[in-house]
Design a protein around this ligand. Sequence first.
Ligand code: ATP
Length: 360
Amino acid sequence: MSTSAPFHIAVLPGDGIGIDVTAEAVRVLRAVERAVGGFALTMTTHESGAVCYQRTGADLPEATIDACRRADAVLLGAMGHPDIRKPDGTELTPQVTLRVIFDLYAGVRPCKLYAGAKTPLTGLKPGDIDLIILREQTEGLFASQTGGIVLGDQVATDTLVMTRKGIDRISEFAFQLAEGRRQHVTCVDKANIFKSFAFFRKVFDEVGARHPNVTKQHAYIDAQALHLVQKPGKFDVIVTENMFGDILSDLAAGLIGGMGMAPSGDIGDQFGVFQPAHGTAPDIAGKGIANPIAAILSAGMMLDWLGQRRNHPQLVKAGQRIEQAVAQVLAEGKTLPVDQGGSATTQQVGEAIARFVERS
Ligand code: ATP
């Protein structure tokens, strides 16, 4: 089979366990490139993150931003360290800066329960949870980022911003996502209290009218937190505001085995950055026991996204192959990471998944 021009991936391992899990994601990408064939990947590594800031004064150097801009996709580990902060005391969040620079408005966070994963819920079968939290990422309560105001050490404000453009495009993204899945979208808001969320719901409904084949549902954020725990199998695509999405996606990750199991893609109209939903986990950094599955599944999402955009079936197939291999390793149960009740190191889990990729 002919190999088309290579796709270029900018790899940003970042800090803490980001470095360990990214190495395993790259290992699996190399394995799937060999196993599936029909495409080639060039991968270049670039510095970023809290340690980079400490050394160079920049958490996201210009050269790294340029490399991301030139790449077909970006694979990111995790960034930040609680002990390395900006002069104003706030933490470094270059992964959030990337969302702004590249207008990555859609935070796509799939949550799927695999056989062998450690869910705290009882009575669930693999596949009983298969949903996507879609988080709006450019506005909402994160609109001002660190630009809130503290008045006289007495009053503090942060402004929640909703725009028609922002709601329209995230809702459209949700409906298109659902059309390729089980055709069901839940809009999560607090429209009973806030004008901004009533507006979110109104624009969501307008966009929904353009998608008559998709079932629509509304839920308030507080009730949705309850529903996610009590009946997670009822949901397909859940679309919501930035802060609500931040919280709900961690809750959903908890249902499928924790942060080590939760992949994500930060997607815009031109760029895509793929990273595990977890942070740098300073409590386990350097111990070699981080679960690399979230990072590996994120690499699979990256290939799928690239394949869909470029109409390249081999890339889509490669993305699916990665997910199948993850499911096989978990179901087999011989090489489980520590957070899923096993004793395998980060590297051993990555190697096992790479073996399944090449075997299947
Ligand atoms: P951030 O604010 O950047 O999301 P955080 O410190 O709030 O970071 P995480 O770094 O995601 O959160 O860690 C939360 C918890 O989940 C920690 O106890 C951490 O050890 C655990 N954890 C996160 N990622 C993994 C992983 N890949 N494997 C095992 N445990 C993980």
